[in-house]
Design a protein around this ligand. Structure first.
Ligand code: MTE
Length: 337
């Protein structure tokens, strides 16, 4: 983000090549962590069934069909090892390859989510209660980082709209403010005074109510790993990845646009909306194209990350509510970036 030198923005192929090399050599660790998989007699025993990058000893059904599963444009899922091994989570490190090896320090159980602010029914939820109440569905979304790289990720989660409807926003509520857990003892990056911790993000209430905006609890058929924002993170696929705030503990309904961590850090570079827009460049690099993890070349970036016409996901996609593009009808998106 604002402090990342451009040389760091696209080392993806390098990263994947190195992983392949390590795998070929029989070394499966990342960032110094030894892998716990490759168990003989797998399936039995106690303890963790995942290695440091989240590769399970027993692949989930989704992992098994990853090669034949695509997004709606026919693009392949990004391999699990890249999704869980190449992360932006500044509370741990600004080095994407270091995050997975450090993120184990975050204690993700027990976990509670407070929902409050301008609502008729404020409430504290225990994590398990959330999935019991709101269910869990699969959403295959593209994640487009503002830095110019992207992935296709199969998330599990539930629409943020379901949670907000239960809280009953008051008439004067116009926006939603989301906050990451603040625990400097577990999240060493929060000891740095450079950023205004905790990480905060926000959405307009109608954006938050759009069916595509989800709270995710898992990916590839497994619970989220800490590096991906366990145990609960936002995913808003038509916006740059930094809007998809990780490890959320508070959601408040408010009556003005919340100031996000990135708006505080670099107001000229990161706005409130952060919609994926190939026509509005970042002040320091183009947004017209992107590198999909695993690809050699770059591909063009789509308006709203390809979700302009979407009113919802899958079978809900037609005839219900506004499309993503309609949320911004009449707005100047170069000013509201
Ligand atoms: N949430 C918190 N709390 N801290 C972060 O540093 N990084 C954001 C977003 N959510 C970030 C965060 C950015 S820049 C991106 S691109 C995505 O998380 C990356 O998500 P991933 O690591 O699961 O791919």
């Amino acid at each position: 983000m604002s402090r990342i030198p451009s040389s760091e923005i696209t080392p993806l192929q390098q990263y994947l090549d190195r992983r392949r090399l390590l795998a070929g050599l029989g070394a499966v660790g990342l960032g110094g962590l030894a892998a716990a998989c490759g168990v003989s007699g797998s399936g039995g025993g106690s303890g963790s069934d995942s290695d440091a990058t989240g590769a399970a000893a027993q692949p989930t059904p989704l992992e098994l069909r990853a090669g034949s599963t695509t997004d709606e444009f026919g693009d392949a899922l990004t391999p699990l090892e890249a999704v869980t091994g190449y992360n932006n989570f500044y509370e741990f490190s600004t080095n994407k390859e270091s995050v997975a090896g450090m993120a184990g320090s975050l204690v993700t159980r027990p976990w509670t989510l407070d929902v409050g602010g301008l609502v008729a029914k404020p409430r504290t939820y225990d994590l398990d209660e959330l999935t019991q109440r709101f269910g869990s569905e699969e959403r295959i979304y593209r994640l487009r980082c503002v830095e110019g790289w992207s992935m296709v990720i199969p998330w599990q989660g539930f629409p943020l709209a379901a949670l907000l409807a239960e809280a009953q926003p008051l008439g004067k509520a116009t926006h939603v403010r989301l906050e990451t857990v603040f625990r400097p003892e577990q999240l060493p990056g929060q000891r740095s005074a450079f950023y205004s911790w905790p990480y905060v993000e926000g959405l307009r209430l109608d954006e938050a109510m759009h069916d595509l905006a989800i709270l995710s609890t898992g990916l590839y058929g497994k619970d989220l790993l800490p590096q991906n924002g366990a145990p609960l993170r936002l995913v808003v696929p038509w916006k740059y990845g930094f809007k998809s705030i990780k490890s959320i503990v508070r959601i408040d309904l408010v009556d003005e646009p919340p100031t996000s961590l990135w708006m505080n850090a670099a107001p000229g570079e990161y706005g409130f909306y952060a919609n994926v827009n190939p026509e509005v460049d970042h002040p320091r690099w183009t947004q017209a194209n992107e590198r999909r993890i695993g690809d050699l070349g770059r591909r063009r970036t789509r308006m709203f990350n390809g979700y302009a016409d979407a009113t919802g996901y899958g079978r809900q996609a037609s005839g219900r509510g506004k499309s993503v593009a309609e949320l911004y009808a009449g707005m100047d998106l170069s000013r509201n970036f």
